[in-house]
Design a binder for this molecule. Structure first.
Ligand code: GLU
Length: 494
């Protein structure tokens, strides 16, 4: 029977969660869920200088926001804890004892200066530039004596002599092979007793029973050395799956130059978690090469490492924005109201959920990011006293000498229309152009400007119905009296 799938996401808290890291987390999560396995979160915080609690907090928040729940890890606990590398020194010490006992590691007393000198000499001579294994030849009692005497030393892995190539059958890239002759007796434990990344990662992955290591191919070059450590510890080697990194359209590795890179930055611009999850999942994986929009359950049901591409994934911000717009449009009015609420209040506006649900169909076509929402709905939510006109709106009234005639007729119609519903308002306003001898477009645009202060707004009749009769009347009166402030729209072409 296949062992139960156990995968991990092991971020280093040296920064916030990057979108590339988020994609790694999504693939691990989806793989675990697909196979009824466990998704483990481990914090690789051995870089004491650059790791912060603040970053760890941001990573946990970002994962939660994306809806990626972990079965074991910080705040979740679990039988293989602790889940912070800095708290796992006992595990590394125990693993070193195993290697001491089986002879697959040895202490090395060479000084940094010696090593540097040898490296330089090897460089000049050409050929193998790794550690020359001087201390591997030390007799056990001699090594033990020097350790007891307190001589500083590191612990190195003893790469077996005459070993075959190191081979990994990568679930994404197929067979990858490295010559064993190029394998250095690299350091596992430093002079101060701390484990290197290479050692800590393998000890943790082994102790945590990780069956599949799904990660970015920037770690591919670490894989042969990690395989050597698994073998030294005499524990099973997990399946590796290295996915291509994400690149910008310019072919360069994704970085700040290409725009926001942290998950929280996308959250703050008003991307929906489901949209970002969908988009990231497609960066290097596909259901069938066609399906673009799918929900979380479909991702879990269909996720397959065999369909992860080894070709570079290209970041396409326009596709992401399009996808986000599609997700916004697919929200029910009630769901939209729930999502919109915080954006509305953060902008200093107020609207109850019923109002937001009524507004939803008017505005979903007009926003691709929730951060754009407040500007679009502002005219519908503020009182007439706070409604400022933009320059185009003010110019429309100033430039059409018949504008006041239209406003006066609209005022009468607005006062009289019964009931004050979308249909009745539409019927009443559609009756205005003919007696005034004006085109419908001229009339409706004039009313639109009075109602919203701008020439571009959500659909007119619906907007007026949402404003209500009193507010609509007040706005028409204010327009007639030119009693509004004009804000500089900065040449904004809206
Ligand atoms: N902590 C490592 C990183 O942030 C990941 C280690 C691994 O996936 O093996 O890149």
């Amino acid at each position: 029977m296949e062992p139960t799938v156990r995968v991990r996401f092991a971020p280093s808290p040296t920064g916030h969660l990057h979108i590339g890291g988020a994609r790694t987390a999504i693939y691990n999560w989806a793989f675990a869920r697909r196979h009824g396995g466990s998704f483990i979160l481990r914090i690789d915080d051995t870089d004491a200088e650059r790791s912060t609690d603040e970053n760890t907090g941001a990573i946990l928040r970002s994962l939660r926001w994306l809806g990626l729940d972990w079965d074991e890890g910080p705040e979740a606990g679990g039988p293989h804890g602790p889940y912070f590398q800095t708290q796992r020194s006992e595990a590394y010490a125990a693993a070193l004892e195993v290697l001491k006992a089986n002879g697959h590691a040895y202490p090395c007393f060479c000084s940094t200066e010696d090593l540097e000198r040898k490296r330089e000499a090897a460089k000049v001579a050409g050929g193998f530039s790794g550690y020359d294994r001087t201390c591997r030849a030390l007799a056990a009692d001699e090594a033990a004596r020097r350790i007891t005497a307190g001589e500083p030393h590191v612990w190195r892995v003893a790469v077996p002599d005459g070993r075959d190539d190191v081979v990994a059958v990568d679930a994404i890239r197929g067979e990858v092979r490295w010559p064993a002759s190029a394998m250095d007796d690299f350091i596992l434990v430093r002079t101060d007793g701390t484990p290197t990344y290479m050692f800590a990662t393998v000890v943790d992955d082994s102790d945590m029973g990780i069956t599949h290591i799904i990660r970015g191919d920037d770690h591919l070059s670490n894989t042969p050395r990690q395989i050597i450590v698994y073998e030294a510890l005499e524990v099973p080697v997990p399946v590796f799956a290295h996915m291509s990194l994400i690149f910008g359209a310019d072919g360069k590795r994704l970085s700040k130059r290409h725009g926001a890179t942290s998950v929280e930055a996308y959250r703050d611009e008003g991307y929906l978690p489901d949209a970002l999850l969908n988009y990231l999942a497609l960066l290097g994986w596909s259901i069938d090469g066609e399906t673009t929009l799918f929900d979380r359950d479909t991702l879990v049901a269909r996720f397959d490492l065999a369909r992860v591409s080894s070709a570079p994934a290209v970041w396409d911000p326009e596709k992401l924005a399009w996808m986000n717009g599609a997700y916004i449009r697919s929200l029910s009015p009630a769901a939209f109201a729930e999502v919109a609420g915080p954006w509305i209040s953060a902008a200093g506006l107020t609207a109850d959920v019923d109002t937001l649900a009524r507004i939803a169909p008017l505005v979903v076509e007009r926003v691709t990011r929730m951060a754009e929402l407040p500007a679009v709905v502002r005219p519908l939510l503020v009182g007439s006293a706070e409604l400022a006109f933009d320059e185009r709106g003010a110019a429309w009234l100033a430039e059409h000498e018949w504008a006041d005639e239209v406003l006066t007729a609209a005022l009468d119609a607005t006062r009289d229309v019964e009931p004050f519903t979308h249909d009745a308002i539409e019927a009443a306003y559609r009756g205005l152009p003919e007696p005034l001898g004006r085109k419908p477009k001229e009339v409706f645009q004039t009313i639109r400007v009075a109602m919203t202060g701008t020439t571009v707004s959500p659909p007119l009749f619906e907007s007026v119905a949402i404003l209500g009769r009193d507010e609509a009347v007040a706005r028409l009166e204010m327009a007639l009296a030119r009693g509004f402030a004009v804000i500089d729209s900065g040449g904004d072409a809206r």
